[in-house]
Design a protein around this ligand. Structure first.
Ligand code: SF4
Length: 138
């Protein structure tokens, strides 16, 4: 059986990662990251349907045991809850985070530090909740 290699590792090995980061970041200048197609200039802090500007906003992160057993294992899943959302589901159970935007802005290095913290904590995965509107930042 072949050893599993995550896509981001393959992208880095093939030299695609930086290109993908640049391409996705460029979308923020007239945002078409999601089907809302707001075309706001998020690099100038214009905000569209997701109420998010240049930087991602993180509400919380910590080993989490409330997911399906296959995701949690014995050390927990590693969620990062991103504030705001492009979906606005009426049944959202994280209203304070997704609608009210509870959280703090985090730059690239802070997001990386959070991921490394979750890894060092033994989490079996990095669990991005809900990340669609902050893909370039991630
Ligand atoms: S990510 Fe946000 S600003 Fe961009 S298109 Fe979607 S809702 Fe609009």
């Amino acid at each position: 059986m072949d050893t599993f290699i995550p896509k981001y590792i393959k992208a880095k090995q093939k030299g695609w990662l930086l290109k993908k980061i640049k391409q996705s970041s460029a979308l923020l200048a007239s945002c078409t990251l999601c089907p809302r197609q707001c075309k706001k200039n998020r690099t100038k802090e214009e905000k569209g349907y997701c109420s998010t500007g240049q930087k991602a906003v993180v509400s919380s992160f910590a080993p989490h045991f409330g997911e399906e057993p296959q995701l949690v294992g014995d050390k927990g899943s590693g969620p990062i809850f991103f504030s705001h959302c492009n979906l606005k589901c009426v049944f959202c159970q994280n209203y304070e985070i997704s609608v009210k935007g509870m959280g703090q802005e985090a730059d690239d290095e802070q997001i990386a530090s959070i991921m490394l913290y979750l890894q060092k904590s033994g989490c079996h995965n990095i669990n991005l909740v809900t990340p669609s509107h902050v893909v370039p930042q991630i």
